[in-house]
Design a protein around this ligand. Structure first.
Ligand code: GLC
Ligand code: GLC
Length: 808
């Protein structure tokens, strides 16, 4: 069952009923100011940091759900309604929400009045624009009142939710014509404020929540709207809001639009005041003047659409299957960019107050957006690397505002350093920018101990070698990629963290996953070492990788699949000998991606075991059998009820490792089958089961042990976006940059017989036409009509077009 449809031409998902299973959201903003907007118009806005600079308030886990947002109430005689259906929830004659690339348009119709609300953040502006267009579709003149509503957050979102003894006394506003200024704390240390304005004269306004709502009402029936009359309230403490009242007479067929702007403004410390006690509004007025007319709004929206067109032109595909094309051309790269912008901070599952940027997460996210914004990827790499510690280990998270490592969580996740190699390699392969390896980058943000970026990679690599366990496999530390496999924690107290609590110091618990990642990263590292003249280091790295691969086959192979780990006591984890958790997905994926056991046959066996034991109609579960009780020696993984999260949920982040592994052994059918199971555009058909947005990846889909098998959770901000994109574009479609050229090595299923791809890279354009016989044979390439040996197409000079024909 669907709740809408894709409009590929417009690059929009069109939701046709407000009664989606859950709020289906979109993101506004591409630079500094961001908004989350659901299909009813709910959600919130923040400037750069969702915790410290939150403009509007939102109530997570509230009832009714999805409370707070940009609301426009239309009062028509004694009737009133909201175009997004909620919060008033009066039935609409027509409803539609179009979520596009960084904009959303919500249209509601009732009793012959159409209201269309367009929301977006223009490029180069710290403001959300809301254009409300009212049309009289009836044959008679109509008199309407339009009320806007935004509830201000008192900036620090955490404090805003907890510190009522202070906060209920500090709210302040100023009203200046049609502009409402939210100025709480501006009198003291803040030099920023918010403005909410409209380009039309007001019939009234409210800035005090209680005056607008009435003491006992919610957003569904504000007393001002019920009465058709704003109170002209001036907030003093309590809860400041911004609400404008506009009176409108519409002739039959007449259309009128008004532009609301919710902006964020900073003043230099010595220019805070216009006169004592009066905020300097000059910058705000400049901002408002940029979006004061319909024509300005149209131009800004066109500019935003063009920005996306250019960005998405770096990889375009036509496969004949619209679901594949819309994932690859539109929604998956969009998802990757949202994840880049927001990291893991603000979604409908991440509150924006909890987490910094993950070291491993950020490096992996990079794989999905490096070709879209290479310059920003470079900056991100240097920020991440600067939080690395001198011994090669890394802070697990860092704070986006300060770019410093987070001491609460610290380090000790032993996979972390290796992801830096993967991220840097992807960047250099995409751009050819070898100079980044010579950039001087601090350790632990201390410029006194800076070293070239290459040295950071070297310490990452050697950190693994310096931390091997009894089987010569890498020590796991607090956890590896699986944050919840805590083999040293032994936590028996509910209020402590599984990751950071009193870990035992024994050097015994080992990770086969890190071993696989090490063998995978080693050739990338070696190739980079060669380019900067460290040939000896390259030779050594390859030797270490060979040795580690042999160690995995000797001590990390269980007979039918790769083991997951050895626990603190030296017992195997993820072995047929275990009672629960006999086989895990992660080592099967990464060991095969690294090439371990491909020649010897273990790779195929491992992937067959995955198919037999872990594959479900909703994707590949993380492990089986699920843990049915808490295992203190394994940690958080066994804390989740069976089928959820790391305890045998379908973790969409690691499924692509199996997909890529299948292409390593040439099984395109299997790879595509797995990819399709997770791809939101394919799951759209079962939206009543999946329940989250059919245009964005979710972190997790409930596994087969869960009562709600197939239901997704934690959409939008997830490593699933980057890795699924890498799997389909670079391994199934098979086009990926390498140091020496563009690799074109498709591994396609029979159902994609003809595929064309346009890839822009390093200034040239590659037009690739693939004819796929589907027999799994090796691809044969012709480059500009001349056959070449192998599948590596040499880099062409910038500005040129290269025609590539591929027969598979
Ligand atoms: C979450 C974390 C990520 C981790 C994964 C598995 O997605 O952000 O760092 O690898 O869970 O535990
Ligand atoms: C990841 C996991 C989550 C775990 C958390 C701890 O986000 O997905 O289950 O609680 O890491 O850091």
């Amino acid at each position: 069952m669907r709740f809408g449809h894709f409009d590929d031409e417009a690059r929009e998902y069109v939701i046709t009923t407000p009664r989606t299973p859950r709020p289906w959201i979109n993101y506004l903003g591409t630079e500094e100011l961001f908004g989350l907007v659901s299909h009813t118009g709910s959600g919130y806005t923040f400037y750069r940091d969702a915790r410290f600079r939150r403009l509007t308030r939102y109530r997570y886990n509230s009832v009714p759900t999805d409370a707070g947002g940009r609301y426009f109430y239309i009062r028509d005689g004694n009737d009133f309604w909201t175009p997004g259906w909620a919060p008033v929830r009066r039935e609409l004659d027509r409803y539609e929400c179009r979520h596009g690339l960084s904009y959303t348009v919500i249209t509601g119709e009732r009793n012959g009045i159409r209201a269309e609300v367009l929301c977006f953040v223009p490029l180069g502006a710290a403001a959300e624009v809301h254009r409300v267009r009212l049309t009289n579709l009836s044959g008679r003149p109509r008199t309407l009142q339009l009320f806007s509503l935004a509830e201000f957050c008192l900036w620090n979102a955490w404090d805003d939710q907890t510190n009522y003894q202070r906060n209920l006394s500090i709210g302040e506003v100023e009203i200046d014509g049609s502009a409402i200024y939210h100025t709480t704390e501006y009198r003291e240390r803040r030099s920023h404020f918010a403005v909410y304005a409209v380009n039309a004269p007001l019939a009234g306004f409210d800035t005090d929540r209680e005056s607008f709502l009435g003491a006992w009402n919610g957003w569904s029936e504000p007393q001002a709207v019920v009465d058709g009359r704003s109170r002209n309230s001036v907030a003093s403490g309590w809860s400041p809001i911004g609400s404008h009242q506009l009176a409108m007479d519409l002739a039959p067929g007449e259309e009128r639009s008004c532009v609301f702007v919710l902006g964020y403004v900073e003043n230099p410390a010595d220019e805070k005041w216009e006169r004592p006690g009066v905020v300097n509004k000059a910058r705000a007025r400049e901002l408002l003047a940029r979006f004061a007319s319909d024509a300005q709004v149209d131009a800004a929206l066109a500019e935003l659409k063009a920005y996306w067109t250019v960005m998405l032109s770096s990889y375009r595909v036509a496969t004949g299957d619209p679901r594949v094309d819309r994932m690859v051309n539109i929604w998956n790269p969009y998802n990757c960019m949202v994840t880049f912008n927001i990291s893991r901070s603000a979604s409908y599952f991440e509150t924006g107050i909890g987490r910094g940027m993950g070291f491993r997460d950020s490096n992996q996210d990079l794989l999905g957006f490096v070709h879209l914004v290479p310059a920003r990827a470079r900056e991100r790499i240097l920020d991440i690397a600067a939080t690395q510690l001198p011994d090669g280990s890394a802070y697990h998270q860092y704070q986006p505002l300060t770019k410093r490592g987070n001491n609460d969580i610290g380090s000790g996740f032993n996979d972390d350093p290796l992801w830096l190699i993967e991220g840097v390699a992807a960047y250099v392969e995409e751009t050819g920018d070898l100079a980044i390896l010579d950039e001087s980058v601090p350790f632990d943000n201390d410029p006194a101990i800076a070293a070239p970026l290459f040295e950071h990679l070297k310490r990452s690599f050697h950190h693994v070698l310096a931390n091997l366990g009894p089987h010569s496999l890498p020590l796991i530390g607090r956890a590896d990629w699986n944050d919840c496999l805590n083999l040293n924690c032994f936590s028996e107290t509910p209020d402590e963290s599984f990751q950071t609590t009193g870990n035992r110091t024994g050097r015994s618990a080992e990770s086969v996953f890190i071993a696989g990642l090490f063998v995978h990263a080693a050739p990338l590292y070696a190739a980079l070492a060669e380019t900067v003249g460290h040939a000896g280091e390259a030779v050594a790295a390859r030797e270490h990788a060979g040795r580690m691969a042999r160690t995995v086959l000797a001590h990390g192979w269980d007979g039918e699949w790769f083991l997951r780990a050895y626990d603190f006591f030296g017992n195997p984890v993820g072995s047929a000998a275990c009672e629960e958790g006999q086989i895990f997905i992660e080592p099967q994926g990464f060991c095969v991606m690294a090439g371990i056991g491909v020649a010897e046959g273990q790779a195929r066996k491992a992937l067959d075991a995955v198919k037999a034991r872990l594959a479900t109609p909703h994707g590949i579960v993380l492990q089986q059998p699920a843990y049915t009780r808490y295992h203190v020696e394994l940690g958080e993984i066994s804390s989740y009820p069976p089928g959820y999260k790391e305890n045998a949920g379908v973790f969409c982040h690691n499924n692509p490792w199996i997909i890529i592994a299948e292409t390593v052994i040439g099984r395109g059918e299997h790879a595509f089958e797995y990819w399709r199971k997770l791809a939101p555009a394919f799951r759209e058909e079962i939206s009543e089961v999946h329940r989250l947005e059919p245009y964005a990846y979710a972190q997790m889909i409930a596994g087969r042990d869960a009562p709600r098998h197939g239901e997704a959770k934690n959409s939008w901000l997830t490593g699933a976006a980057a890795w699924n994109y890498v799997a389909i574009t670079q391994h199934i479609l098979g086009v990926r940059p390498e140091l020496g050229g563009l690799r074109v090595h498709p591994c396609l299923p029979k159902e994609l017989p003809e595929v064309t791809i346009t890839r822009r890279c390093r200034g040239a354009e590659y037009r690739i036409a693939i004819r796929n016989r589907g027999d799994g044979g090796a691809p044969a390439l012709r480059v500009n009509s001349t056959p070449i040996a192998g599948t590596l197409v040499p880099w062409a000079p910038p500005g040129t077009v290269v025609e590539i024909e591929v027969e598979v």
